[in-house]
Design a protein around this ligand. Structure first.
Ligand code: NAI
Length: 358
């Protein structure tokens, strides 16, 4: 979810009514820390721990407002509960935010204070990488607490695992929607050639997919043209491309009131978090007959990887869990068809059944 989405959604809860949001969305607890010495301001949102301690990344980015930061942490924490539950991980959902100041600050001191903050929660929250944090940051946090899932010693880039999960999800969607067991000759439009998008293009190219790509980084586009014979289009056009699968691998909120009517695809299946700007866009996609591979299910390879490091899961089990994304999505698609509900609603229902929120 982008900061902009968070701030937009916050408006629905008027002024600073994040406690209203918390009440309505099944939280959990919210923790705030300010350290007068360093100036560090951080938030840890724990949505649910029914299935285990709350695992979720730490964002270290600037925010336009404190409300926006709180709301960002909360929305993301809730998403983590659903993601872990759906993938049968023994974990709950949480997220944290360190607010990046505009002026000079001592980053290491911030991270150390943040580590102490996590430690004070006694294991109810486990942190990991997210926007604005890197493995070296995690190593500093880990000097103060053992509740850290991403560390440089784990060789911890989750992106290849996420990309493999996206591929499995695309295969499941193509099987369900187009009745095909392979991707040979299909056209797939990939938005974003970052860590996940690039790796995904590599897989798709090897499976004889016709690739159409866009990225704000023109160098990446040129390289994709050269390596994968990809057609490059403008970033404003990628979602409009006539294709079998549109794969958002860049930003959140790409499906909004405007773009939803400009799509020319039968399937949406990509890595980005919070692809739907609003929940009701899931229904719009359903009504249009576009199969939506729910973002937090298809991109769960990342959390599976992070959890495996913390829980000491062996590599074979991790691969099996990532292969399981195929089956989980097929189950969601089938139930969506049977119950005549959007896939996004079905995924939420299954997760809620698992965490017994209802
Ligand atoms: P990244 O930061 O490596 O790549 C994002 C790419 O999108 C960059 O190449 C960037 O230039 C491009 N981009 C930015 N704005 C764009 C626009 N308007 N149009 C087209 N391209 C644009 O990020 P990464 O790791 O590849 O993740 C991609 C998405 O997947 C993010 O939304 C992330 O939250 C989500 N995700 C990533 C996971 C992972 O394991 N890396 C796990 C789960 C979700």
């Amino acid at each position: 979810m982008t900061v902009e989405n968070a701030e937009y959604s916050m408006q629905q809860y008027s002024n600073d009514n994040f406690l209203g949001y918390a009440l309505n969305h099944g939280f959990g607890d919210l923790h705030f820390k300010v350290d007068p010495k360093t100036g560090m301001q951080a938030i840890i949102a724990i949505h649910n721990t029914n299935l285990g301690p709350a695992l979720g990344g730490c964002r270290f980015i600037p925010y336009k407002s404190i409300d926006g930061a709180i709301f960002d942490a909360m929305r993301l924490a809730r998403g983590m509960t659903y993601k872990s539950a759906l993938m049968n991980l023994p974990l709950g959902g949480g997220k944290s935010v360190i607010i990046e100041p505009s002026g000079n600050y001592d980053r290491q001191a911030y991270l150390r204070e943040f580590g102490k903050f996590i430690e004070e929660l006694g294991g109810r929250y486990i942190t990991a990488l997210d926007s604005g944090t890197n493995l070296q940051d995690m190593d500093i946090i880990a000097q103060q607490t053992s509740y850290v899932a991403s560390l440089s010693k784990y060789d911890g880039d989750p992106s290849p695992y996420t990309a493999k999960g996206i591929l499995n999800g695309i295969l499941a969607a193509v099987n369900f929607k187009l009745d095909k067991e392979h991707l040979d000759g299909l056209t797939i439009a990939v938005q974003g050639l970052g860590h996940v998008g690039w790796e995904l293009c590599q897989y798709l190219y090897e499976l004889n997919v016709k690739l159409v790509v866009a990225d704000i980084d023109t160098k990446k586009c040129m390289l994709a043209q050269e390596k994968f014979n990809a057609q490059v289009v403008d970033v404003k056009e990628i979602h409009k491309v006539e294709c079998d699968v549109f794969s958002p691998c860049a930003l959140g909120g790409v499906i909004d009131d405007i773009t939803v009517n400009e799509l020319n695809t039968t399937i949406i299946a990509g890595a980005a978090n919070n692809q739907l700007l609003h929940t009701y866009h899931g229904k719009t996609l359903y009504d249009k007959g576009i199969l939506y591979a729910v973002d937090y299910v298809i991109n769960s390879g990342g959390v599976i990887f992070a959890a495996s490091k913390y829980l000491n899961t062996n590599e074979d089990k991790v691969i099996a869990q990532i292969d399981g994304i195929y089956k989980t999505l097929l189950e969601i698609f089938s139930r969506s068809e049977k119950e005549k509900l959007p896939t996004s609603d079905i995924a939420n229902k299954i997760a809620e059944e698992k965490i017994a929120l209802k």
